[in-house]
Write a protein that binds this ligand. Sequence first.
Ligand code: DX5
Ligand code: ZN
Length: 220
Amino acid sequence: MSAVTIEIAASILNADLGALREAVQEAERAGVDRIHLDIMDGHFVPNLTFGLATVEALRGATQLPFDAHLMVERPSLWAARYAEVGCATVAIHVEAPEAHAPTLDAIRRAGAQSGLALDPGTPSVAIEPYASHLDFALVMTVKSGLGGQAYRPEEAARIGAVRSALAGAPVHVDGGIKTSTASDAVRNGGSVLVAGTAIFGSVDRAAAVRALREAAGAGA
Ligand code: DX5
Ligand code: ZN
């Protein structure tokens, strides 16, 4: 039985937004596998972060894969462009009021893996109609829009059904991932753990990443 490979993705939302290049390079030095980019438009969520130009500017800061998490009202306008500027994966929210299949296919045509994100309360069945257009899913264990919230285990309980709907495709788990919650996320079937404050809220970032990996391993 091959052990599941667990990856740690650093969300830079809670890093120093005035020094994002340094934050990305700090996360890389700390040993993360991926960089998670929280794109918020101030409409889909009551927060506005950074966009395409910032992601393009950060691309040269590291060779690590970029995961774009689009919390935007009209993902059809943006999603493929994040692939074009070098994101390895692009997740759009299933709750956004658009037809998603064409956008998911456009992400793939632009060379990235396509994903749907599910906010808390959205049942796993919501992604079933899109299964053939999806390479992964992003299960939110906090309400999208802010870092530093508490992990909600009842939302992680959806991961198993999401994985089944996607025939075992990877599930990223996002929100409140800490040493105390990482094993639960993995036990439920998550294989990419997104961590923001657990990393950028720590003085020793490398120790924080090691501790997350160890905690995650306990759930594998
Ligand atoms: C919230 C974002 C998450 C968040 C994670 O809308 O999608 O990626 O930044 O931050 P923590 O790990 O602090 O919950
Ligand atoms: Zn996110």
